[in-house]
Design a protein around this ligand. Structure first.
Ligand SMILES: [Zn+2]
Length: 601
């Protein structure tokens, strides 16, 4: 997608009304100069979401989610920045120049649109053909116990067992052969002209994107079909990679599950398309699956924007156990909690809900252990009686998961739990994890830097007075910047991030340029401040107590603190100074600072 010019982003920022943006999802109540409501990003009964309409910022004092209207939309709608900006531009009447699209981008967009249209027509074709293949219908209705309503709503279909029925039908609708090939629906014949259908004699599952467009198809072999011993290809066949189908970022079922997942802050990962559909039919509507691939970093980043927790229900066989461990590692590294449901031997989610119903599965989900406890338990069972060697093996198995947890507090809790279960000293386990020969690593390179690592680094706390001054500066840039300038007080700010923001404010006022909360936080970010610092400053900005601030008094306090710090420093140096001339110079400096300090009263 084309990027949006910076001045347009600023125009959107200036025009938007954050109260209206957030007010659509959250019922906001006015409280002084702020608005409060129930945070949509975590479950709560009393409101901890605070919105500051002047500063155009929101902050949750419960889960620390926060930012500007762009951040809110990105998180709420699970979209990237550019998409959020487009939505806000549309809402607040900012024209985004279409000319920004290069000819190449335009071509790409046209191609995508043509593929989506072809896919939609193909889905219609397959759905219509399902009625002409009684065995396919019987398979879905009787064997998989899907209702007609489910079959219709998931647009399930049948790809007839002939060479080119779909290609010909779409050709008649005006879809050219090259688009059929580009969409992965058809393949070119090796000899002669024309194309043939890639899916033949299969039950078809359209794979929809969250926005509703059909990105591709999964298709299951019809085992009741064909001659004995005939090779009919793999059990499941998926669309090849196309301009609209990137299997490392697509989930089957997400279009239907996205709202429930956001509401419950939880996603349920299963393995098969039919598992997803059966669970939704049983009322477990947060189920999704990857499409013929393992969970990737892109998948987990997407889930991290929507949910706090993922519960996996994979097969109980060794391959399933491996997939569970791998998925847990990637999700934990993305800051998502992971729990694991183990079904009884020989059951999959589909057969389980058929037998026991959705509510029973929901109970298993609620009671599921964390992925780390699950892996410890499993490894302990497999290596029981293995003595020291067995113990080392267990620790090796759980090690990647423990290391994937970035938050030190959470990691510590898991280490304690694992140590208790294994009857070893938590300190020894902890040391073992940090063996110097293996540096801490993120399991997936692409994950790095994708998520704020909440509370990871010990922050230099921002002194209250500095944070308060920054808030006043943002609320009243002209007056505060002038006062700070007049007293030469920029250097009295000790915290580098705050100093950077104050300097930016003073600079902006001098140049007659606007300065606001967003620009202040930009300067903070540009100074290299950690996510923790940014979050804590945003918290200060949003949490402004109503009423009068005394700029002069605060500035005096700030300077007094600075003078005292300088005096302590000078006197220490003076006490150690051997050279009389240097000592004289220091004494003079002391006298000067004392005078300056006295003049504050
Ligand atoms: Zn919250």
């Amino acid at each position: 997608m084309a990027s949006i010019p910076q001045d347009k982003v600023q125009e959107i920022r200036d025009r938007l009304d954050i109260e209206r943006v957030i007010g659509r999802t959250v019922q906001l109540k006015r409280q002084g100069n702020r608005l409060t409501g129930l945070c949509p990003f975590h479950s709560e009964k009393s409101p901890s979401l605070s919105v500051d309409p002047q500063k155009k910022l929101f902050h949750c004092f419960g889960c620390h989610a926060g930012g500007d209207a762009f951040d809110f939309i990105m998180r709420m709608e699970s979209v990237e920045f550019v998409e959020a900006a487009r939505m806000l531009a549309r809402e607040f009447g900012v024209d985004l120049p279409e000319r920004e699209e290069s000819p190449e981008e335009k071509r790409a967009r046209n191609t995508r649109e043509r593929i989506f249209r072809a896919n939609d027509l193909a889905a219609r074709f397959y759905a219509k053909t399902l009625g002409s293949e009684p065995r396919a219908l019987a398979y879905l209705r009787e064997e998989r116990r899907l209702s007609d309503e489910t079959i219709r709503s998931w647009r399930l279909g049948w790809a007839p067992d002939v060479w080119s029925a779909m290609s010909e039908a779409l050709g008649k609708e005006g879809v050219p052969e090259d688009v059929l090939v580009l969409a992965g629906l058809s393949a070119r014949r090796r000899e002669g002209h024309g194309v043939y259908d890639r899916l033949r004699g299969r039950v078809v599952f359209p794979i929809a994107l969250p926005g509703g467009d059909t990105a591709g198809f999964g298709a299951r072999r019809a085992d009741w079909f064909g001659a004995e011993g005939e090779d009919r290809g793999p059990k499941y066949l998926n669309s090849p990679e196309t301009p609209v189908y990137d299997k490392s970022s697509i989930f089957f079922g997400l279009e239907k599950a996205k709202d429930p997942i956001r509401r419950q802050k939880r996603a349920l990962m299963v393995e098969g398309y039919l598992d997803v559909i059966a669970l939704h039919q049983a009322g477990v509507d947060t189920a999704i699956a990857c499409c013929g691939t393992a969970l990737s970093g892109k998948h987990s980043a997407q889930l991290a924007r929507m949910a706090e927790e993922v519960v996996t229900i994979y097969d109980g066989d060794p391959a399933g156990a491996q997939a569970t461990r791998r998925a847990a590692e990637i999700l934990l590294a993305a800051g998502v909690s992971v729990r694991v449901v183990s079904l009884p031997e020989g059951e999959d989610p589909d057969t389980f809900v058929q037998k026991h119903g959705g509510p029973t599965l929901e109970r298993l989900i609620r009671e599921a252990p964390s992925a780390i406890d699950h892996v410890v338990e499993l490894a302990a069972k497999q290596n029981s009686g293995g003595g020291l060697a067995g113990l080392v093996k267990i620790v090796e198995e759980v090690r990647p998961l423990l290391l994937a947890v970035k938050d030190p507090l959470r990691r510590d809790v898991f280490i304690q739990g694992a140590a208790r279960r294994l009857k070893i000293d938590a300190r020894v386990l902890s040391q073992h994890l940090r063996r110097p020969d293996e540096a801490l690593r993120a399991p997936d390179r692409e994950l790095r830097g994708q998520r704020p690592q909440g509370g990871n680094v010990k922050e230099d706390a921002v002194p209250g007075i500095e944070a308060a001054m920054l808030r006043m500066l943002v609320e009243n840039p002209e007056r505060v910047a002038t006062a700070v300038e007049a007293k030469g007080a920029v250097d009295a700010f000790c915290h580098p991030a705050v100093k950077a923001a104050v300097a930016a404010g003073v600079q902006a006022v001098k140049a007659h340029q606007p300065f606001d909360a967003h620009r202040a936080l930009e300067a903070v970010r540009a100074s290299g401040a950690s996510d923790g610092t940014i979050r804590s400053l945003r918290e200060t900005l949003v949490n402004s107590p109503p009423g009068a601030d005394d700029v002069e008094e605060s500035l005096k306090n700030l300077l007094r603190r600075e003078y005292e710090r300088r005096l302590r420093d000078l006197r220490k140096r003076l006490a150690l100074e051997q050279d009389p001339a240097a000592a004289d110079r220091l004494s003079a400096e002391v006298a000067e600072v004392v005078r300056a300090k006295a003049s504050l009263h």
